[in-house]
Design a protein around this ligand. Structure first.
Ligand code: XMP
Length: 321
């Protein structure tokens, strides 16, 4: 790989920030750039960097792909608007669900999401705005896993030999590509992003589609969204690196109201990790497991079984897809 990681011992948030602002301004010159904000720490930092470098020559968008968590699009847009950074919400739900229809293979789902983001949605936005650049928050772990052939991270393009200018009509700038999560969080603090952003657990670009095994249909996404809300409420004070709910494809026999009920299975994962490269399951108090099982089976329609992942990464990965 021709990208070198900046190790924590060699990282200074102040000078990194200044270098990147200068670099973005020099590259874009007097032109325009766009960026997609998802509200994760990576894309939030990139939004601020780009805004400092380009001012209103950066147009920021939140892509509502239908795969986000409960209330997330509106919350993130208003949070950034309150910080004086205008973010426009783009409703692309139909595009994403059309692309995902009938797909069950994990890598095909990821590819469909990548194409919808980069070709369809960003392709149209650069045309509409006249922008030549897309600014995005790809980090070192994303590149590493894709190159290693573990998982095709949705935002890896150039490193896979994709010529974005030729295929999508714009160039991609990735100012965080040499950093891992801890350094990006440090930058977020320096930029005075609120704690709810810099301490936010990671959330993948393909969003809840990585947490539905099998077809990511609107109905199944709705189900995993409800489960996610409960898991996040119950585990937000766990101190874990990341926690999530996964909807399994197989159904299992359960009992509801004294009757056989062939229903859904939710798998809960909760990870201890520094940078998502490796991880181990958090040893949660047994009362927490009890509460998760009770709430998920009573509040998410059709769920009759809840399991907890006890596998380390590797051989598991953090997301299921
Ligand atoms: P895995 O599942 O590969 O995840 O162990 C490692 C970390 O990356 C996140 N993740 C992604 N982030 N685009 C992203 O921006 C993706 O396609 C993607 N897939 C996984 C995951 O949540 C974890 O923090």
């Amino acid at each position: 790989m021709n990208i070198s990681e900046i190790l924590t011992k060699d990282f200074s948030a102040d000078s990194f920030f200044e270098d990147k602002v200068r670099e973005i301004a020099r590259t874009v010159e007097d032109g325009f750039a766009i960026n997609a904000l998802s509200g994760g720490v990576d894309s939030s930092v990139v939004t601020i960097l780009g805004h400092k470098a380009l001012g209103n020559r950066l147009k920021s968008y939140f892509i509502e792909n239908g795969l986000m968590r409960q209330g997330e699009p509106e919350w993130i847009v208003s949070l950034f608007n309150d910080m004086g950074i205008p973010v426009e919400l783009i409703d692309a739900r139909d595009d994403f669900f059309a692309a995902l229809k009938g797909l069950t293979d994990p890598e095909e789902k990821r590819e469909a999401i990548t194409q919808t983001f980069y070709k369809k949605v960003f392709g149209k936005l650069v045309k509409d705005t006249g922008a030549k650049y897309l600014l995005q928050g790809t980090n070192y772990t994303d590149v590493e896993e894709t190159i290693a052939g573990i998982k095709r991270q949705h935002n890896i393009l150039e490193q896979l030999g994709i010529d974005t200018q030729e295929q999508y009509g714009y160039l991609v700038l990735e100012p965080l590509i040499q950093l891992r999560k801890p350094a990006i969080r440090e930058l977020a603090k320096l930029l005075s992003l609120p704690e709810e952003i810099y301490n936010r657990p990671p959330f993948p670009g393909p969003a809840l589609a990585t947490r539905v095994i099998g077809e990511a249909s609107p109905e199944r996404i709705l189900l995993v969204r409800k489960a996610t809300l409960i898991v996040e409420e119950e585990l937000q004070d766990s101190g874990a690196f990341q926690y999530l709910a996964i909807l399994h494809q197989d159904k299992v026999t359960g009992i509801k109201n004294g009757q056989r009920n062939y229903g859904f299975q939710i798998e809960v994962r909760c990870w201890e990790s520094k940078d998502a490269k490796t991880g181990s399951p958090t040893r949660l108090p047994y009362d927490t497991y009890d509460r998760l099982a009770d709430r998920l089976t009573s509040e998410v329609p059709g769920v009759v079984s809840v399991t907890y992942n006890i596998t380390k990464k590797p051989p598991s990965t953090i997301e299921a897809v």
